[in-house]
Design a protein around this ligand. Structure first.
Ligand SMILES: [Zn+2]
Ligand SMILES: [Zn+2]
Length: 353
């Protein structure tokens, strides 16, 4: 008889079931972790709400391989090692990067594994079942990092989201003379304010429509915070920059209005980084990019080689984590946890089996 565990299994939009699921076993090269905690990502919520980028418009273009177990922001303790695993021992606390790369495509071979064409993020495929469970299996291709023993559960869960934020900040190539805007101060955006300010630019400006998030932004290093519900953000930014506009605008809210706001707020030759994920298509005046301001538009996807520095930064205290996890629930209370992500004071919500 195969052993069972409790897991939150995603069957279809609005059909998540907390139920018994086969406990994973470590085959050759694999590791099984006892999950200690898992954050809820916007992607998990979009999966629950039938997001089109996840469920597609038909079976053919569906990304998710349901039924599968959600959650990619997990960490856990090694309980089983498959044959040939030598770098880790039972009892080690580990985190795996959110993507399980194929190791064979053009991007994997060139080192850009986060752009793997197989694109298997934990929680959306059956062979990459996620951390909303008592146990999770790490594929032999996983990118694994040790979590320092002194990390709290909250800090361990934040490694993945902060790593994604760090990549977006790196994409911006911040200079000391830059005025940097971070739009959208969720847990990731707030952390991006922190990481951007570590590069010592001229000014870091945080933007959000929620006052509690603006307060967090200030605590995490924003020199100025602006609420687009209360002022014309682009106008304010011009008044802070001799009428020129900001040098860097990092979009981390996933709100279409933030895109036009950013293009408006940027100076000529400014750099725009897209990190947030949108639920719908975005409309903007494309002329601003070319004929208008000669902007540089830069994308940012997943976390790209940043895990080690995030772990180091959290360990040293340079990367702050306090307050970024706003709510914690038992996995069995997943419905309440999912709802909590929409509360006015929610930052990152995590669950524990
Ligand atoms: Zn995530
Ligand atoms: Zn690949």
């Amino acid at each position: 008889m195969a052993e069972k565990m409790k897991a939150l299994v995603s069957y279809a939009p609005y059909d998540n079931r907390y139920e018994e699921y086969q406990k994973p076993r470590a085959e050759k090269g694999e590791i099984v972790l006892k999950v200690k905690g898992c954050g809820i990502c916007a992607g998990d919520i979009k999966a629950y709400h039938g997001g089109i980028r996840i469920w597609g418009t038909s079976e053919e273009n569906r990304y998710i391989e349901a039924p599968c177990i959600g959650g990619h922001e997990f960490f856990g303790e090694v309980v089983e090692l498959g044959e040939g695993v030598e770098d880790y021992a039972v009892g080690d606390v580990l985190v795996a990067e959110q993507i399980v790369p194929c190791g064979e495509c053009k991007f994997c071979k060139s080192g850009a594994y986060w752009m793997c064409t197989r694109s298997a993020v934990f929680g959306f495929k059956q062979y990459a079942n996620g951390g909303f469970a008592e146990y999770v299996k790490l594929d032999k291709n996983c990118l694994i990092h040790k979590v320092p023993k002194e990390f709290t559960a909250e800090q361990a869960v934040l490694i993945e989201p902060i790593a994604c934020g760090m990549h977006a900040v790196e994409q911006a190539q911040i200079q000391h003379s830059d005025v940097v805007v971070i739009a959208g101060l969720g847990a990731i955006g707030t952390s991006m304010v922190n990481i951007a300010s570590l590069a010592l630019p001229k000014m870091v400006i945080g933007i959000d429509v929620k006052e509690n998030r603006l307060e967090m932004g200030k605590k995490f290093g924003a020199d100025v915070v602006l609420n687009p519900a209360k002022c014309d953000v682009a106008e304010e930014i011009r008044s802070l920059t001799d009428g020129l506009g900001c040098d860097v605008y990092i979009e981390a809210s996933g709100s279409p209005r933030s895109v036009t706001q950013g293009m408006d707020a940027l100076r000529n030759l400014g750099r725009y980084v897209q990190m947030g994920v949108f639920a719908q298509e975005v409309t903007a005046d494309w002329n601003t990019i070319g004929d208008g301001k000669e902007l540089t538009i830069i994308g940012s996807h997943l976390s790209a080689l940043t895990y080690d520095s995030v772990i180091q930064g959290i360990a040293s205290g340079k990367i702050k984590t306090e307050g970024l996890i706003s709510h914690k629930f038992k996995l069995s209370d997943w419905e309440e946890a999912f709802k909590a992500t929409e509360l006015p004071d929610a930052m990152k919500v995590m669950m524990e089996p």
